[in-house]
Design a binder for this molecule. Sequence first.
Ligand SMILES: [Zn+2]
Length: 68
Amino acid sequence: MGLSDAPKPVRVEIKGQELHCVICRHNGFHRHHAKLERAGLFTSDWTDPSVVCYECDNCGYLHWFMPK
Ligand SMILES: [Zn+2]
């Protein structure tokens, strides 16, 4: 135990709804912050290109959210 590179997956709520993976319905995620500029996805319509993404602990699918 105590491995810093293997964080426990967390449950995520979006607007009071528990997030389930759209692929496998798993409910454990790893949270990441990302800059869309680095991914080449930035458009001038977005004033803040920082986004939050949740990586499914089971299948690895990324769920992206713009900060509100
Ligand atoms: Zn999944």
